[in-house]
Design a protein around this ligand. Structure first.
Ligand SMILES: [Mn+2]
Length: 308
């Protein structure tokens, strides 16, 4: 049995691609099950409810020796806790490669806007039938990861795939559907500050040191900016307790394509300002058109630390 694992702090792309890949493998007579490493976010829950799909089972560990497929990630720190006891048999991803393996495995990486795009391509290339529900959640994953084609990670292939998938999904107004998704994601109720920071949060190792980068993609930026002081306190606390060199929290306005960043300390503030030519705006670091952790933020940090 193949255990399909998305990344920690699961987002819509990781969950929808895992569910779709489970369906793909089962159709090819391979026993497979998708799992979630954590609670689903509100956007993902909205999508699964909308299309009547059951959420994957939540786990944090698997029995020793279990066969796993890593979806939408390949870095140990973003994966299942006991990854070193498990047997990675395949990786499907659209992020840069970081993982070392102790034997040859199947690796399928493409620089597309989402992992759902890669799974959709697999269905089309291998002529496996796609149901209306699977086509719908694949579209949702592509829209979510590309911010409905606004993110610089978007490729022409992602757009083509959504068009092709929607011949099956028949979502009548994709623009409206994307707004419903983004509004669901932005409706965070009485979430705690730590949960807010870690809603879409990843640890990166830059030149030997670990950094945390949380992003909040939203249509309601003031939800976070109004709590600026609490967030700044919490970032400092997370830096200490999680033993990090720095923590960044980037509030991204999906529709305006702008961002406001909060940092865990003065050095981090200075570094971020320098690297992204940020402008101080009411205690936040404002950058126009900075919307992608993967394509803009992480590569800029990596380049900086490599030059050191
Ligand atoms: Mn993704």
């Amino acid at each position: 049995m193949k255990h399909i694992i998305g990344h920690k702090n699961p987002d819509t792309d990781t969950i929808c691609s895992a569910i779709a890949y489970q369906n793909f493998l089962i159709k090819q007579n391979t026993e497979a099950q998708a799992f979630a490493l954590g609670e689903l976010n509100k956007e993902t829950q909205f999508i699964l409810d909308e299309f009547g799909v059951q959420a994957p089972k939540q786990i944090s560990e698997l029995p020793q020796g279990a066969e796993i497929i890593l979806l939408d990630h390949n870095e140990e720190k973003q994966s299942i806790d006991n990854i070193n006891d498990l047997d990675i048999v395949e990786i499907i991803d659209h992020h840069k490669i970081k993982l070392e393996t102790d034997k040859p495995i199947s690796i399928y990486i493409k620089p597309l806007g989402s992992s759902c795009s890669i799974i959709a391509e697999k269905y089309f290339n291998e002529v496996v039938e796609i149901s209306q529900v699977i086509a719908s959640i694949l579209i949702a994953g592509i829209i979510s990861d590309t911010l409905f084609f606004r993110s610089p990670t978007t490729t022409a292939i992602d757009k083509k795939l959504v068009e092709k998938l929607n011949e099956i999904a028949k979502i009548s107004d994709l623009e409206k559907f994307s707004l419903e998704m983004f509004n669901a994601k932005s409706d965070l109720g009485d979430i705690s500050t730590e949960k807010l920071i870690k809603l879409d949060y990843k640890i990166f190792n830059f030149d030997g040191d670990d950094y945390g980068i949380g992003v909040m993609e939203t249509t309601n930026k003031n939800f976070a900016l109004d709590k600026k002081d609490e967030i700044l306190e919490k970032l400092k606390e997370i830096k200490k307790t999680d033993n990090l060199m720095g923590v960044f929290f980037v509030v991204i306005d999906i529709l305006e394509e702008k961002s406001w960043t909060l940092c865990s300390g003065n050095e981090e503030n200075e570094l971020f300002t320098k690297l992204f030519k940020a402008e101080e705006q009411e205690g936040t670091l404002f950058v126009d058109k900075l919307v992608s952790r993967k394509k803009q933020i992480v590569p800029t940090f990596e380049k900086h630390f490599k030059q050191q």
